[in-house]
Design a protein around this ligand. Structure first.
Ligand code: A2P
Length: 393
């Protein structure tokens, strides 16, 4: 009998195949095929460098096993295997107790995972990974519209038509775009991820077409490819991906949306879906951009009725006005946010620049304090309930 060992795995249902972990791993322990991203148990030394860079938390999975899952087995995973029953006792012929970290993992498996991203209880079950690098979905560009008037800030609304291909997406999911051509090593490019900005039944209701919100980055290969696409062009798409940053279907749920720039993509999808469903719970949005001219969907947002969406549009670069970030406006509207934090129907979504997270944490900490609560406890229990969601980059 083998001594039990700890094995690092990746949850294929939640992983969005951004390959950030693989690029970060200093010893090449992470690899991928067309289907999954996997960890080589013979190489992984538990350095943990890959954990904080993963945008979904799918990387933070551990099992205690008698024999580690091979790469071949992991490539075949459609979902993570359950923790097997393992005796947390000294193994015959070995000295000492079972490793502390293994005992802790087994105890955790027994209690169920804590602190992980979860989907809202009433969310629909998403489809994931239907199309991959070896078998992408070919979609046709239906439109490519500029969303911003600022000449130095080109953000596009790009509409893709999967035609007869089934490609079901839920609001908050992402898709991968494979840029054409080869990289410097002559290999096909990896897909780049974009959050879907249209609702589940389509940009145009009933048509199941999909929209993206893409900012042209100066040297961004994929973003320039997308922003230059002409109507009728064909695009190779992977996905859909993501199983936690989803909206509740409960129509009385209340949504607190906090975003910057193109982080508004899933918020637009949520807003359209809630309007189409005539949801009663209401949404409050804190949306940060440089100026009104660089805020995606500025015009359409103005038309969303207040009964669905209360808007705080926050600008950082308006001449003669004080620089303002979303977290500043959240603090300025402390009572409104506190009232929402105190309501168990409230779900929080944060999407956009990674730097915003620290500021929002500080703002929430001070608001929770004024309610006599500790933000970390409130946040963790909301996350546990599937009511706290973060996607930053
Ligand atoms: P800044 O003027 O400092 O760049 P975009 O992606 O369209 O540029 O918009 C991002 C918005 O988020 C900008 O207004 C930007 O302000 C702002 N921003 C930058 N850093 C942070 C941060 N740490 N917290 C919150 N907002 C930020």
């Amino acid at each position: 009998m083998n001594k039990p060992v700890k094995q690092h795995l990746i949850d294929p249902e939640i992983c969005i195949r951004c390959y950030t972990c693989e690029m970060t791993c200093p010893i090449g322990a992470i690899e991928h095929d067309d289907n999954n991203v996997v960890v080589n148990a013979d190489v992984c030394n538990f350095c943990m460098d890959c954990i904080p860079v993963c945008p979904t938390g799918s990387i933070d999975e551990w099992r205690v096993v008698d024999t580690p899952y091979t790469l071949e087995e992991q490539y075949g995973f459609e979902e993570l295997p359950e923790q097997q029953d393992i005796e947390a006792a000294p193994v015959a012929g070995e000295e000492g107790e079972v490793d502390d970290s293994i005992a802790a993992l087994l105890a955790e498996a027994h209690q169920g995972a804590g602190g992980k991203a979860r989907a809202p209880v009433s969310a629909s079950k998403p489809q994931i990974n239907m199309y991959n690098l070896g078998k992408p979905a070919k979609m046709t560009v239906q439109g490519n519209y500029r969303l911003t008037d600022d000449p130095d800030h080109d953000v596009r609304h790009i509409i893709l038509d999967p035609g007869a291909l089934p490609f079901p997406v839920l609001e908050g999911q992402s898709i991968g775009i494979i840029p054409p051509g080869k990289d410097a090593e002559g290999k096909a490019h990896l897909p780049r991820l974009y959050s879907v900005s249209s609702p589940r039944d389509g940009e145009r209701a009933g048509y199941h077409n999909i929209s993206l919100t893409v900012k042209r980055e100066q040297k961004g290969m994929a973003s320039n490819y997308l922003c230059d696409l002409e109507k009728g062009a064909s695009v190779n798409v992977t996905g859909p991906f993501g199983a936690t940053f989803l909206m509740p279907n409960a129509t009385d749920a209340r949504l607190l949306l906090i975003c910057t720039g193109t982080g508004s993509a899933p918020m637009r999808a949520f807003t359209m879906q809630r309007q189409r469903a005539d949801a009663t719970g209401g949404m409050t949005m804190f949306f940060g951009a440089r100026t009104p001219e660089s805020l995606p969907y500025f015009g359409p947002l103005k038309k969303v009725p207040k009964k669905y969406l209360r808007q705080h549009l926050v600008f950082s670069r308006i001449d003669e006005a004080k620089k303002e970030y979303v977290q500043d406006r959240i603090v300025a509207h402390e009572d409104e946010v506190a009232e929402m934090l105190g309501d168990e129907r409230t779900h929080i979504y944060i999407c956009g620049l990674r730097g915003m997270e620290e500021g929002v944490e500080k703002a929430m900490t001070s608001i929770a304090e004024s309610m006599g609560l500790q933000w970390v406890n409130l946040r963790d229990s909301m996350r546990e309930d599937g009511r706290y969601h973060v996607e930053t980059y």
